[in-house]
Write a protein that binds this ligand. Structure first.
Ligand SMILES: Cc1cc2nc3c(=O)[nH]c(=O)nc-3n(C[C@H](O)[C@H](O)[C@H](O)COP(=O)(O)OP(=O)(O)OC[C@H]3O[C@@H](n4cnc5c(N)ncnc54)[C@H](O)[C@@H]3O)c2cc1C
Length: 433
């Protein structure tokens, strides 16, 4: 299936993190294979921005130019309240970075990664599901199911994707970049506990009469953190945190799983509430509700909205895996952590994890001690414990504006930074993490 020899590393999941891990492995001369249940790459732009730290990593992998093509560069972040801006920080002079924050579509990033991987001789095997994994002393045995179309139904015929052929592959290492419901994580029985309650956001992408500017705006309310992203072209994305809304079905399911001892199983992110141009009858996503949220929370916003082109309600859980892997199976990205959307931290930290894990795996495959992989897990536990403030709550610095003092903790998840820059950016806004 993978040519003449089995891969040295099998990457489960071809989202941005799996693709980047595979690219880094292939560039280091590691025989790599990538499989994904998807029929084709992501066609939505969920995580829409690349932190300056991520652009540097893409530069090192030789693809920053392609990814940045058409991106909007965001040069500062402002913390606002309904009366206007209370604090600002620059994003174009962060230590060691080559660009400011870059806003680009997630599918554009994934296409560039897939093309770069292909140039290294690795083609993603779409429609292949990792269905079982067994870890041995020398290798992991992976059962793959190939998804095939099957016609069903008698009166009304329809087509479904079902597992057709199954096959077994052996690889010395597996990277689990298979997203929030990770099969790889579950195969290792790694707990994935919640570290905070689920958050709901109503997200609106709007066409505007003019340019969206080059500032990211975070609006801190009594119990909310809303974000306005300028997008390429004349467009902006507003994400409003909802406090009086919950997906009852998802919350009941989560409670049932917890009661049955399956508290580490995340529940769905977005269900049938995903909508396109229209609100599809969901009041939370109506034009009126959007205008109301804008008037209440950001009355100072001057952008002339011409129309809403995409809208959705998304449920974000906050979780952290108890370890980023063991033995021959290692995790990166959403398979190991979940957080809110405001700072795009999950994907960006995931890209950094992918680069780090690939370097460790390549070293171990070339004879370095396996302790490097344990160290990988510990490093990223430390980063995420900090981002989730599990050991120490963020504090406002003396003299910081009242909005920052009241919301220091909540604002950490809104910082468009993950590893090196999170502390720098927090400090610029008057927060210590
Ligand atoms: C509806 C929605 C809205 C979002 N909005 C935002 C946002 O506003 N801001 C933000 O920062 N982030 C957002 N995210 C999250 C963001 O998309 C992720 O953080 C990012 O994609 C992480 O990348 P990843 O590669 O770790 O995981 P993913 O992108 O989830 O990729 C995992 C891949 O693994 C594949 N896979 C899963 N199971 C298997 C298996 N058993 N075998 C083979 N392949 C498998 C999947 O098909 C998928 O392609 C959103 C996600 C969703 C779903």
């Amino acid at each position: 299936m993978f040519g003449e020899s089995n891969p040295q590393v099998l990457v489960a999941g071809a989202g941005p993190v799996g693709l980047f891990a595979a690219l880094n492995l292939a560039r280091r001369g590691v025989r790599t294979a990538v499989v994904d249940t998807g029929v084709w790459p992501c066609k939505h732009s969920y995580a829409l921005a690349l932190h300056p730290e991520s652009v540097s990593l893409l530069e090192q992998a030789g693809i920053a130019k392609q990814v940045l093509d058409g991106a909007r560069l965001v040069r500062s972040v402002a913390v606002c309240d309904p009366s206007g801006t209370v604090a600002e920080a620059r994003l174009d002079d962060l230590p060691g970075s080559i660009t400011p924050l870059a806003v680009t579509r997630q599918d554009h990033l994934e296409s560039a990664l897939e093309a770069a991987l292909k140039a290294q001789g690795v083609e993603v095997k779409w429609r292949h599901e990792v269905s079982a994994l067994t870890q041995g002393d020398e290798a992991v045995k992976v059962v793959l199911g190939r998804l095939e179309k099957e016609s069903r139904g008698y009166i009304v015929a329809h087509t479904e994707w079902v597992i057709g052929k199954t096959m077994e592959v052996e690889a010395p290492f597996v990277v689990g970049a298979d997203g929030y419901n990770s099969r790889v994580r579950r195969a290792m029985q790694i707990d994935f506990p919640e570290v905070g309650g689920a958050e709901y956001y109503a997200v609106f992408e709007c066409q505007c009469a003019g340019d969206g500017g080059d500032q990211l705006q975070v609006v801190a309310g009594e119990e909310t953190a809303d974000v306005m992203w300028p997008l390429p072209g004349n467009a902006v994305r507003w994400s409003f945190q909802l406090t009086d809304y919950a997906d009852e079905e998802a919350e009941i399911l989560k409670d049932k799983l917890l009661a049955a001892g399956f508290g580490h199983f995340p529940t769905e992110r977005a269900k049938d509430r995903v909508a396109g141009g229209g609100d599809q009858g969901v009041e939370m996503l109506s034009d009126e509700h959007f205008r109301k949220l804008l008037a209440e929370r950001a009355p100072w916003f001057k952008g002339e909205i011409e129309g809403i082109r995409w809208r959705t309600v998304v449920r974000f859980e906050r979780r952290l895996a108890q370890t980023f892997g063991k033995g021959r199976m290692w995790l990166a990205g959403d398979s190991a952590h979940l957080t809110g959307p405001a700072g795009i931290q999950s994907m960006n930290a995931g890209l950094a994890e992918a680069a780090d894990l690939s370097a460790e795996l390549a070293a171990v495959l070339h004879g370095a001690p396996a302790a490097g992989l344990e160290a990988y897990s510990q490093r990223w536990q430390t980063v995420w414990r900090k981002l989730h403030q599990l050991d120490r709550a963020a504090q406002a610095k003396e003299g910081a504006p009242e909005v920052i003092r009241k919301n220091a903790g909540r604002l950490v998840a809104c910082l468009p930074a993950n590893v090196k820059h999170a502390g720098v950016l927090a400090a610029r806004l008057g927060i210590t993490i």
